[in-house]
Write a protein that binds this ligand. Structure first.
Ligand code: NAI
Ligand code: 15L
Length: 267
């Protein structure tokens, strides 16, 4: 891949630590950043602690970077001030720092929670309208629009990956649909770094028979998942909540928290 220095935000997090290991040696320099402490830099690594809410620090973080894997920020539902600082302001600072630094592309860890109020019975593709299920999901929908602004107006290519559930293994019946293995996540990042595109939305999901999503846009770009949650079906098919809103919506428990809408009016 023709990148000298790649920046990974969220490097201290669950996925960041997996990616640090799996991407080791792929680029001459992997710059790792997080607000939290990270393991010291190894060969070919730079480690920089940075709060995404600090615009000047983020601009400095982006200097001399060719591509960014943006995985940092608040990764679950939280109070507005936290989401605003880490994900809304934080993502704005990142894209603006990228523009100033001449970064060529950004692979963005968006989330299924950007469309989490959608019914499970709707099979969505990349053209589905946003339907956030939480302040967190709203911040991911914002991140996708932010990426579009900088892609079309400033030429920073962006792949927005609406990740389902990326863990070592799926944990319940919903994740039989939403699970993405770490290896498939790396495959999607490879597509994000190598494919020819300006701005795209794809679903971050393995080859699960019961996936909620038509991921043909990812396949068109060159994503071919090698893993599937299907081997966990017998163990997990009955692991469901007794919450009808969670079971009806793609976002599950994120959608059902504080839900006082009309269940028949879901998109
Ligand atoms: P995580 O919570 O383990 O990692 C997020 C990292 O971001 C943490 O290390 C945290 O310290 C850092 N962070 C938080 N606020 C920050 C700030 N203000 N400045 C700098 N760094 C900050 O989450 P995980 O699971 O590793 O997810 C990584 C990314 O992927 C997140 O953006 C998340 O929203 C997204 N994602 C993850 C999914 C999953 O299944 N793991 C599903 C969908 C999206
Ligand atoms: C996400 O966006 C979260 O970051 C993660 O913690 C999971 O809850 C995941 O979505 C999911 O929907 O399973």
């Amino acid at each position: 891949m023709p990148y000298h220095r790649v920046l990974l935000t969220g490097a201290a997090g669950q996925l960041g630590r997996e990616l640090r290991t799996r991407l080791a040696g792929r680029f001459p320099v992997l710059r790792l950043s997080d607000i939290a402490e990270m393991a010291p830099a190894g060969p070919g690594e730079e480690v920089i602690r940075c709060d995404l809410a600090d615009a000047a620090a983020v601009a400095e973080l982006c200097r001399d970077v060719d591509a960014i894997l943006h995985f940092g920020g608040q990764s679950t539902e939280a109070d507005w001030d936290t989401v605003l600082a880490a994900n809304i302001a934080g993502s704005f600072h990142l894209w603006e720092g990228a523009r100033q630094a001449g970064v060529r592309r950004i692979v963005f860890a968006s989330s299924n929670h950007a469309i989490g109020m959608q019914r499970r019975s709707s099979r969505l593709d990349h053209t589905a309208r946003a339907a956030p299920d939480s302040r967190y999901g709203l911040s991911k929908a914002f991140g996708e629009d932010l990426a579009a602004l900088y892609a079309y107006k400033h030429g920073i290519a962006a792949l927005c990956i609406r990740i389902g559930s990326s863990y070592a293994e799926p944990a319940d019946a919903r994740q039989l649909s939403t699970w993405m293995s770490f290896d498939d996540l790396v495959r999607m990042i490879e597509v994000g770094l190598a494919a020819d595109y300006t701005y795209e939305i794809v679903y971050g999901v393995s080859d699960n028979t019961s996936s909620f999503w038509d991921n043909s846009n990812a396949e068109r770009l060159g994503y071919h998942p090698a893993d599937s949650a299907d081997r966990f079906i017998d163990a997990l098919r009955d692991r469901r909540s007794d919450d009808p809103t969670a079971e009806r919506t793609q976002g599950g428990s994120f959608a059902s928290v504080d839900f006082d809408g009309d269940p028949d009016a879901l998109p």
